[in-house]
Design a protein around this ligand. Structure first.
Ligand SMILES: [Zn+2]
Length: 614
């Protein structure tokens, strides 16, 4: 009925009789004539039913919980009807345009998008490549959101390839998305980046390394990625992909990743593979985003099932979507065989260290931190460390202690692994409910697996600021935690112990400026504020260059006078020298680890640890 009238005109290649059966489709044409000035040209062709048509651009993109107002980068938007007749366009909201379509059956909308921010959630174009993230690139109407969406990319002659998880349509560089959600869930990387194909258990994967220089070993990265995807597939036991999965790796002094149904965008740095710790960070990121293909893409909190692109969508379950993914990114990286047990324990120690050295863990629960992601996690400020806990870090540690508790009470019959698989079976794509998991589903499965007491432990960890009992969990596996290894080493060697004032200094500025004042530290107790500048200790000039040397000559417990500057005013504060906030923690296997503990450790890690002495 309504549909027929539209399609006849648009799908001119199909006979009218066939077209009658087709649903309407939106078509997006992208070209790069102004790539040197970082503009992308977009044309939208949309069947309409006459009258006013409201076009919108999302204000945020799934997986990155911040209102980003992508519409700010849209320029020169204009609309035409049949035979090029100009149509009136009125801006009616920050991200909405109303097109007076009259009695037109189709409209053509042209606009330009500034693509000058390189991040996993934004758009970037320059002379030789483009990274497109659909939420900040494509428009939709209330009707068109559910329609099929064609994407046509007009490649500059010197660009050879388009990488996207969208299936190819009738022509080269023409793709078809099921609907608008799939269109914007499918980032596009275009240019000449080298690609590395590999397969695991019969499934195809592609690693694309945009910006690869001689510093990156693409073949080796693909080989390691292959072992990781095998471990993650083995974990879930089901592979949900109906097409090759893409790792779009942009090597450009960046970091971070964003998950999608059949792809992920990763940011890396050119030197990252040349230093083992940095490379492990990239491998862990890759594992994290790939794990998301299950946890949060297909196994989704009910609140995130249907995205409202106009405003914040609240969920209390980012500790599950992000935190448990963070627990498994490192654990599965280890189970894949790519890192050693020492390297895994260092990652676990780092997780505990980040959590415990942030006083904000005593302010917000994991659930509240999830809920407040939009105003806290994605909007860090000088006081973040004191006011919010990371649902990544605390979620990962809740994962660790919950996993341990489940294994302990069930003698390894159940674990967090089995609960996650249960959750996926019930609420993933094959689950009979198929509507995302409702609140407390995870807790209910913990109860089913290990009883009401286990559930109540988990609920306490999620809803209060109580710390997970990490030492108990470590101890069960015969692991020990040193919370101040540098101090321990200094004391053992008779060297001065590390001290500070509970401040974190701002980086990349010549002066000593407090970036963060950690609550509970002596600097905070004395009244130092973020942005205060330190000029002298006991009337003696101190600079960035000599600070480390001066601090070595101070002893914990003594009080010194700090000369500070704030808003142009200079003043003195007496401040007590404190033991330094530890730079790192150390987790290791206890030298006297017993046989039972060793068995638990090996069952949990999934590997026989040959080096452990009985
Ligand atoms: Zn994540």
């Amino acid at each position: 009925v309504k549909l027929a009238r539209w399609v006849i005109g648009l799908l001119s290649s199909a006979p009218a009789a066939m077209a009658l059966a087709q649903p309407p489709a939106a078509e997006h044409f992208v070209s790069f004539p102004h790539r040197h000035n970082q503009y992308v040209e977009v044309r939208l062709q949309l069947p309409v039913d006459g009258g006013d048509v409201e076009l919108a651009m999302p204000s945020w993109t799934p997986g990155s919980y911040l209102i980003r107002d992508y519409a700010a980068q849209v320029e020169r938007l204009r609309a035409r009807g049949g035979e090029g007749r100009p149509l009136e366009v009125e801006k009616i909201a920050k991200n909405r345009w109303r097109v007076a379509a009259g009695d037109e059956q189709a409209i053509v909308v042209d606009y330009a998008v500034w693509a000058g921010e390189l991040a996993v959630h934004t758009n970037w174009v320059e002379a030789d490549h483009a990274l497109l993230n659909g939420a900040g690139m494509f428009l939709y109407s209330a009707a068109s959101r559910d329609w099929p969406q064609y994407l046509d990319i007009d490649l500059p002659p010197e660009w050879k390839r388009v990488h996207t998880a969208l299936p190819q349509a009738s022509a080269e560089h023409r793709f078809l998305a099921r609907d608008y959600d799939e269109l914007i869930d499918s980032p596009v990387l275009a240019g000449n980046a080298p690609e590395y194909r590999f397969s695991a258990e019969g499934h195809e994967y592609v690693l694309v390394n945009q910006g690869e220089t001689g510093l990156w070993d693409g073949a080796r990265a693909a080989q390691d990625a292959g072992r990781i995807v095998s471990a993650v597939q083995a974990f879930w036991g089901v592979n949900p992909f109906d097409r090759p999965y893409l790792f779009l790796n942009v090597i450009a002094e960046g970091s971070g990743g964003l998950e999608h149904d059949h792809s992920t965008v990763l940011l890396a740095t050119p030197w990252q593979m040349r230093y083992r710790e940095d490379y492990i960070r990239w491998l862990s990121l890759l594992t994290h985003e790939f794990f998301h293909a299950w946890n949060v893409r297909r196994l989704r909190p009910r609140a995130l099932l249907d995205y409202d692109y106009d405003r914040e969508v609240y969920t209390r379950e980012l500790w599950l979507a992000e935190g448990l993914t963070s627990y498994y990114d490192n654990l599965l990286l280890f189970r894949s065989g790519v890192i050693s047990v020492e390297e895994y324990l260092a990652l676990l120690a780092s997780e505990i260290h980040t959590y415990e050295t942030a006083p904000g863990r005593q302010v917000r629960s994991a659930e509240l931190a999830s809920f407040d992601a939009w105003i806290k996690h994605y909007k860090p400020d000088a006081n973040s460390i004191n006011s919010v806990v990371s649902y990544y870090r605390k979620g990962a540690l809740i994962g660790f202690v919950t996993d341990t508790m489940l294994r302990r009470v069930s003698r390894h019959r159940v674990s967090l692994d089995t609960v996650m698989r249960d959750l996926y079976r019930l609420y993933g794509p094959a689950g009979s409910r198929g509507e995302g998991y409702p609140a407390r589903s995870f807790e209910a499965l913990v109860e089913a697996a290990a009883g009401a007491e286990a559930r109540s432990r988990v609920e306490t960890l999620l809803t209060t600021v109580e710390d997970p009992d990490i030492d108990q969990a470590l101890g069960w596996y015969g692991l020990q935690l040193d919370r101040s290894p540098l101090r321990t080493a200094a004391e053992a060697a008779g060297r001065p112990v590390p001290v500070d004032f509970g401040l974190v200094w701002r980086q990349n500025v010549p002066n000593l400026v407090a970036e963060v004042v950690v609550q509970g530290g002596t600097g905070a107790a004395a009244g130092i504020l973020p942005a205060d500048e330190l000029l002298a200790i006991n009337d003696t000039r101190v600079t960035r260059d000599n600070l480390a040397d001066r601090m070595q000559r101070l002893a914990p417990g003594e009080t010194v006078n700090l000369l500070l500057a704030r808003h142009g005013r200079v003043f003195t504060l007496p401040v007590r020298v404190q033991h330094a906030i530890p730079e790192k923690y150390l987790v290791s296997i206890r030298p006297d680890v017993g046989r039972r503990e060793k068995e638990r450790l090996e069952t949990w890690l999934g590997v026989a640890l040959k080096f452990v002495k009985n």
